[in-house]
Design a protein around this ligand. Structure first.
Ligand SMILES: C[S@@+](CC[C@H](N)C(=O)[O-])C[C@H]1O[C@@H](n2cnc3c(N)ncnc32)[C@H](O)[C@@H]1O
Length: 395
């Protein structure tokens, strides 16, 4: 979006048009556009409004109904924290007793909105002028939220009376590629971490692939998954990490929230042994947090291989930390053998899960050439170092 399009949208006519558009439907967008232009609406406004309408529809996945009152850029939406996760961030500041929180890199305001909704006074900054303008629109319902265009690291936090700081540095290049090295985040992670010398209540959202050796020793690092997809890691300091430093995983899903963290005294390496009657696939956040041993402990199980994050057990103990499967068959991996086993079962549709093997699922599926009616799941992995195929069904 360019500034001209934004001012068109913010004109009384533009805002009314945006609110009156029917729910976005790709197949009807052209017809709606033509009708509006025939009615004499400025073509630039029509284009801007339809783009926003499309983005609002996409944004419902992150912002549900709130999306209908917000403005977006594609990049800003892509980078925004979904409200369910932002609410968890905000809660840490509220519980810690913070009153005025600076969101140094507010983007379109996903996190800042959640903070403001909890009654925190928010000072939000973004270095990109248009983004800051859109955040101002998105935070308009909160009189105690202020958005400024500028470098968040240049804020005088003490003079501003800030007692909590949040930052979600940009992790994409202008071309949209992800930056994995925290030194190339904008702003760089180390510059943000330095803020805790002045304001101890610091929280930073980072990429979930952050190597454990880059997590500061005084941080609670929490990996978060939503419906099984790992979305972020958060580094929480001082009063925002009331249980102290360590690793934790937060699993958000339809069933609610589950949190698990490293126990005091650390974790013993789990046992390794033969495949039992059940196989458990730990949630990605649990794996990233290095807490697979917690799953093994919960299900009274063991690893199938010391280097692979599959846990097996002899009896079924349900755990929210993993997806559990009943083991139907275990065999050394080979296309012929697997094909025979699947054909005997009448399998036509195969879900292929793999970990620790170079097999390309699409190629394998072609080689198997299955024609039956039955659905099945096969896990390709190493068992005690040997490539194996484990036929499973979800429990
Ligand atoms: C990942 S986005 C933030 C998303 C936000 N947490 C949300 O939920 O909508 C990162 C933002 O940081 C901004 N940014 C990068 N460097 C900055 C700086 N030094 N000061 C302020 N903002 C900065 C970028 O313009 C971008 O909008």
């Amino acid at each position: 979006m360019d500034p001209a399009a934004l001012s068109l949208l913010l004109s009384p006519e533009g805002w009314a048009l945006l609110g009156a558009l029917p729910p976005y439907d790709e197949d009807r967008a052209m017809a709606v556009s033509e009708r509006l232009r025939r009615e004499g609406v400025d073509p630039a406004l029509v284009a801007a409004a339809l783009t926003q309408s499309r983005l609002r529809t996409r944004a419902r996945a992150k912002f549900s109904d709130f999306a209908d009152g917000m403005l977006f850029t594609p990049e800003g939406l892509e980078q925004a924290t979904r409200l369910t996760v932002a609410a968890r961030h905000a809660q840490r500041y509220a519980v810690a007793g913070c009153e005025r929180v600076a969101d140094l890199t507010c983007g379109l305001g996903g996190d800042a909105m959640a903070m403001a909704a909890l009654g925190l006074r928010v000072l939000a900054t973004d270095v990109d002028e248009l983004t800051a303008a859109l955040a101002t629109v998105n935070l308009r319902h909160f009189p105690d939220a202020e958005v400024r265009h500028g470098d968040g690291l240049a804020l005088d936090l003490t003079a501003e009376g800030v007692d909590g700081v949040f930052a979600d540095p940009a992790r994409r290049t202008a071309g949209g590629r992800r930056r994995h090295d925290p030194a190339s985040y904008a702003p760089p992670l180390d510059d943000v971490l330095a803020v805790r010398a002045e304001v101890p209540a610091l929280g930073v959202k980072v990429g979930p692939a952050i190597p454990h050796d880059l997590v500061p020793a005084d941080a609670e690092a929490q990996w978060v998954s939503v419906d099984g997809d790992v979305v972020e890691a958060g580094l929480w300091f001082g009063p925002l990490a009331p249980e102290g430093p360590g690793h934790s995983a937060l699993l958000l899903g339809e069933g609610g929230a589950t949190t698990v963290r490293t126990p005091d005294g650390g974790l013993d390496a789990p046992d390794v042994g033969r495949v039992g009657a059940y196989l458990h696939e730990p949630d990605g956040a649990v794996i990233r947090a290095g807490l697979v041993a917690m799953v093994a402990e919960q299900v009274h199980g063991r690893l199938v291989d010391p280097t692979i994050a599959y846990v097996t057990s002899d009896s079924l103990v349900a755990t929210p930390l993993a997806t559990s499967y009943r083991v139907l068959d275990v065999m050394p991996f080979g296309v012929k053998r697997l094909r025979t086993a699947l054909r005997e079962r009448g399998v036509g549709r195969l879900t292929i899960k793999k970990r620790g093997t170079a097999v390309v699922p699409e190629q394998l599926r072609k080689q198997l050439d299955l024609r039956g009616e039955v659905d099945a799941t096969v896990v390709l992995t190493r068992v005690a170092g040997a490539q194996s195929a484990i036929l499973v069904e979800r429990v």
